[in-house]
Design a protein around this ligand. Structure first.
Ligand code: UD1
Ligand code: CA
Length: 459
């Protein structure tokens, strides 16, 4: 039986923010989202989150996860006190399998594999996760004897000059036998500089009970880093993003600069994918074989089939691009757009809730909204589907092989028939029949001998 307790009651004073610390974000997701992903993957018998500051906010965000037990810690009196609040609800049954894993709401990137190793190391009653880091200020330092056995964890505030320099630090994450943990917690006191009940003080209590402190030591690893300040948050964000970039590069993706890559969701890439600098990927993004994403693009929940190009400065949200499509530079695809094979969407074109057929082109300066456009259509520069009358949204249908001249306005609801030609500058208010030229603009006239105003010349 594995119980998980996540302690997340603190405000995180050092963040200088009103948001509860565990609701700050990393890679676009709450710290708690990351932690819960790892916690859930362990399939524990219970997940308990200790909340305090911002409790209602946290509870409402996760109300759909009905299996989570929320425990209130009214006053934040320390990490040990936080765990005490939750442990009272857990079974005291003495068995090797009755374990509790403690996770910290501000150590967001802990990996499932690491937690599994820690749990397997816990046969003797307790296992703690440590990390070797260069700058260990602010962390609890691991005190070992000459035989390398852990004796204690001393918080930075409480440590001596020599202890300050110890680079092995406490990540906060530990696994312990539930009944033993309960017993040790009941003996905590707050005789320290912060006047808090430290979870870390269970270490000497365990040793007093002749329990060996197992450790699993990470080597300068980002996954064990905690966030106390905004600086640490952005540093961890960059470390994590670089890691994600390298994961893709290892699989064969070309990412021109891993320092300028941001993934805030999941990215699935085929073979020979090329990603230029400063792109942001959000939600679920699929990039097929031989796809190219130019610099400074944002793709959110987008599917790009093989051979397609998204050129520089394009912003795509909830779009499906079939094979060999060309989008950009400077294109905007708003939700629910489907682009047929070999279609082209050019610069300063905005499309929303529309289906664009195979080989259809809309290359410059257009707005296409709520439209169904067939195959082999050409949409001239400056074409606008006037889909909104102030109250209702209406559809535009353009059938195969139609040609829409530049600067046309199509007042929806409207239909342009197959192979129809719409003359440039037309304001189309009635359906245009197939095969014909439809023109609606003032007839051009030229006036001879007209009286042009001339500037008077003064000498
Ligand atoms: C803690 C550890 C330190 C470790 C570091 C790793 C203790 C005493 N210290 O220090 O050894 O190196 O984490 O990141 O455990 N919390 C509550 N209720 C409270 C106090 C804290 O829920 O009363 C929660 C916070 O919301 C946070 C977590 O516990 O998610 C850690 O608290 P924090 O104050 O950040 O501890 P550190 O000083 O970082
Ligand atoms: Ca912390």
């Amino acid at each position: 039986m594995l119980n998980i307790i996540i302690i997340a009651a603190g405000i995180g004073k050092r963040m200088n923010s009103n948001i509860p610390k565990s609701l700050h974000k990393l890679a676009g997701r709450y710290f708690l989202d990351h932690i819960l992903e790892s916690a859930e993957a362990l399939k524990p018998s219970s997940i308990n989150i200790v909340v305090g500051y911002g409790a209602e906010q946290i509870k409402s965000i996760y109300k759909h996860k009905t299996y989570i037990n929320f425990i209130i810690q009214k006053n934040q009196m320390g990490t040990g006190h936080a765990v005490q609040q939750a442990i009272q609800y857990l079974s005291e049954k003495e068995s090797k399998e009755n374990l509790t894993l403690i996770l910290y709401g501000d150590v967001p990137l802990i990996k499932i594999e690491t937690l599994k190793i820690l749990i397997n190391n816990c046969s003797e009653g307790i296992a703690i996760l440590t990390n070797m880091i260069n700058d260990s200020r602010g962390y609890g330092h691991i005190i070992r004897d000459k035989d390398d056995r852990v004796l204690d964890i001393i918080e930075d505030e409480d440590s001596s000059e020599i202890q300050h320099k110890i680079q092995e630090i406490n990540t906060g994450i530990l696994v312990a036998s539930t009944p033993k943990l309960k017993y040790w917690l009941s003996q905590l006191n707050n005789n320290n500089k912060k006047r808090e009940y430290y979870l870390t003080d269970i270490i000497p209590l365990a040793i007093k009970d002749d329990v060996f402190i197992n450790t699993y030591k990470l080597n300068s690893n980002w996954e064990g880093l905690g966030v106390n300040t905004k600086i640490q948050q952005v540093q961890l964000e960059r470390l994590w993003q670089k890691q994600q970039a390298y994961n893709q590069i290892k699989k064969g993706v070309t990412i021109i600069d891993p320092e300028r890559f941001d993934l805030r969701g999941k990215l699935y890439c085929g073979q020979e994918v090329f990603i230029d600098i400063n792109c942001i990927f959000e939600g679920d993004v699929h990039l097929g074989d031989n796809t190219y994403i130019g610099p400074n693009c944002i793709l959110k929940n987008v599917h790009v089939e093989s051979g397609s190009i998204v050129d520089a400065y394009s912003h795509l949200q909830e779009a499906y691009l079939c094979k060999d499509v060309r989008v950009g530079p400077f294109s905007r695809l708003r939700p629910k757009v489907e682009l047929g094979q070999k279609s082209c969407i050019g610069s300063f074109v905005e499309i929303k809730n529309s289906k664009i057929g195979d080989r259809t082109k809309t290359n410059h300066l257009s707005y296409i909204g709520d439209a169904y456009i067939g195959n082999d259509v050409n949409i001239g520069a400056g074409t606008i589907t006037c889909n909104y009358d102030g109250i209702n949204k209406s559809n535009t249908i353009i059938e195969d092989k139609a040609f829409i001249g530049s600067n046309s306005q199509l007042i929806a609801p409207i239909r342009v028939g197959q192979n129809a030609t719409i003359a440039a500058g037309t304001v189309l208010t009635k359906d245009a029949p197939r095969e014909q030229l439809t023109i609606a603009r003032t007839k051009q006239i030229s006036i001879k001998n007209w009286n042009k105003l001339r500037k008077k010349h003064t000498n």
